[in-house]
Design a protein around this ligand. Structure first.
Ligand code: GTP
Length: 556
């Protein structure tokens, strides 16, 4: 395919505005998939995507389209809408020259519409606004066009009105892609140079990398080098994604496809890496700015014997989801594990679900926390309000966009749910990192009979210390069995106790049931009791079952 007959574009939008439905229609119209009721959201391949009805992974599909007697190759990338997966969007944009920005004709511009518009705008891509769901009774495309003009400074004449569900006017979208989006730069005559913008691990073939070819060409048997590790590989297989893998002889400048080159370790073919021909080194592409994790949680195997299997599962899944950060960690209570960083709570849940569904792993996930920086000085004395309004812009006479500065800790847990229910589902929400700020935080210890329990130490805001200390003490009380002596469970800040629960003493005489003198029976019972104790961790003089830590640390 000549480069000038190639178009690479992404579909971006706020969640549920209809990206995946439009992708289905485009695939059908270009003959990539059959037109049947069964073909719904075909690009949402993962089990978690089908179960939740959301896209979490960007997916690529190459389409062939005839326009004015010319054949075009269109590479479409369907991206997720939820804020937690915006790293997928920004990486996908690097393989494109244009985007379809979908806006629901009923809901109008929402938080992710704005965030995604800016990602595309900063990447200097051609933006085609598409107003979807015009079949809905309450659709108001006029109004949405005004919003687009006002918020993004795009003339209303450039908007395409469609119903992705019914297929109305979708042909116009394809024409706009061909006519408005420029072909990729680069030429087949240049040295081979490709960007790895996504990867996944295949059990048999090793790393399967999704690449955008920026220059030259590559074929089976070629020796290529990964700029990241400077290692040479032989190309075993390559091809287009339509959306299934479709092997071809070569990939050319401007094309998007996949490549398998015998990379057996997940550390090879890192996302953002540059591939080149071994005899023609090129300057590496800038790659991607690493994602900044916002929410951290511990992950531990349910059983320590599963540690190696879980490690390999986490490594393979993070190859496919490079926005997750992984650090080794260990906890006295839960054993060896990891501390993982995620872009948000939904991201954390989806990652966990994928580990279980795609890798059969069972894990204990601890309650999420956000990063803090401690400054050991009196600057903590600075008191601030928990949320500060920054600005407010009217998108039209019914919608307003407000910017606040929030402590991340206040929004990670349930802010989104509360906002949605308060606004009857109308409000939408997006966030970006605003850096660290001084806050009135305290280190809270949990004590058992005066002994601190290291793994339960948390950082809390002073205003929340009492309620969170009380909740932890209550949960511990429920899960520690009575022992021969009284147990005081306390939450303390420094030397000041802020909450307390007491477990009454109780004498559990396992021998009470054996009257008579059967010594072997007695021994058996004593042994059983000792084994039960092994599963406990002794803190001071108190035996704490492993489950108690899990119930306090684990997410509710
Ligand atoms: P995420 O990938 O999760 O961000 O969602 P999405 O943007 O891909 O949205 P999706 O295509 O899953 O569509 C969301 C819902 O809107 C589905 O129930 C679709 O059936 C519906 N929908 C999509 N397009 C139209 C349309 O043109 N008209 C109507 N009435 N409904 C539509």
């Amino acid at each position: 395919f000549p480069v000038d007959k190639i178009r690479n574009f992404c579909i971006i939008a706020h969640i549920d505005h209809g990206k995946s439905t439009l992708a289905d229609r485009l695939l059908e119209m270009t003959g990539a998939i059959a037109k049947t009721e069964k073909n719904r959201q075909v690009l949402d391949k993962l089990q978690v995507e089908r179960e939740r009805g959301i896209t979490v992974k960007a997916q690529t599909a190459s389409l062939f389209y005839s326009h004015d007697g010319q054949e075009y190759l269109l590479n479409l990338i369907d991206t997720p809408g939820h804020v937690d997966f915006s790293y997928e969007v920004s990486r996908s944009l690097s393989a494109c020259q244009g985007v379809l920005l979908i806006v629901d004709a009923n809901q109008g511009i929402q938080a992710q519409t704005v965030a995604n518009f800016y990602l595309a705008f900063e990447a200097q891509l051609t933006i085609i606004p598409v107003i979807n769901k015009i079949d809905l009774k309450n659709a108001d495309p006029e109004q949405v066009e005004s919003q687009i003009e006002k918020t993004f400074d795009i003339p209303r004449e450039e908007c395409v009105r469609i119903s992705a569900k019914l297929g109305t006017n979708v042909e116009t979208v394809l024409r706009a892609v061909v006519e408005r989006i420029p072909p990729p730069a680069g030429s087949v005559g240049d040295p081979f140079k490709a960007l790895v913008f996504d990867s996944n691990f295949d059990h048999y073939r090793g790393v399967v990398a999704n690449i955008a070819v920026f220059g030259g060409q590559v074929k089976k048997g070629d020796k290529i080098v990964s700029a990241y590790l400077c290692k040479t590989y032989e190309v075993n297989e390559l091809g287009l994604l339509r959306p299934e893998e479709h092997p071809t002889q070569k990939l050319f400048a401007g094309q998007v496809g996949y490549i398998v080159a015998g990379m057996k370790d997940v550390k090879e073919a890192q996302i953002g890496d540059t591939l080149y021909h071994h005899e023609q080194p090129v300057e590496a592409l800038p790659g991607f700015t690493p994602a900044k994790p916002m929410v951290f949680a511990g992950m531990y195997p349910v059983d320590q014997s599963e540690y190696p299997a879980l490690r390999s599962a986490i490594e393979r899944l993070t190859l496919n989801d490079s926005s997750v950060t992984v650090q080794r960690d260990s906890s006295l209570a839960l054993g060896a594990g990891w501390r993982l960083g995620f872009l948000g709570l939904l991201h954390m849940e989806v990652f966990n679900q994928r580990l279980e569904q795609e890798y059969n792993a069972s894990v204990v996930v601890t309650a999420p926390t956000v990063p803090f920086k401690a400054v050991l000085s009196s600057a903590k004395l600075i008191k601030g309000r928990r949320a500060v309004q920054k600005n407010m812009v009217y998108i039209d006479d019914q919608r307003v966009m407000m910017k606040y500065l929030f402590p991340l800790n206040e929004i990670v847990v349930d802010f989104y749910d509360v906002l949605k229910s308060m606004s009857s589902g109308y409000a939408s929400f997006d966030y970006e990192n605003a850096g660290y700020q001084a806050a009135d935080l305290r280190k809270m210890d949990i004590l058992l009979n005066g002994q601190p329990v290291e793994e339960l130490t948390t950082i809390v805001h002073r205003d929340r210390a009492y309620s969170s200390g009380k909740a932890m003490c209550e949960r511990l009380k429920e899960s520690i069995p009575r022992q021969m002596f009284e147990i005081a469970i306390q939450a303390a800040i420094g030397s000041k106790v802020i909450a307390r629960e007491t477990i009454k003493a109780y004498r559990k005489n396992v021998l009470a049931k054996c009257y008579g003198g059967d010594i072997t029976r007695k021994m058996k019972l004593l042994k059983k009791q000792a084994e039960g104790k092994k599963k406990m961790r002794r803190i001071g003089n108190v035996d704490v079952p492993k489950d108690a830590f899990i119930s306090v640390l684990k997410r509710k």
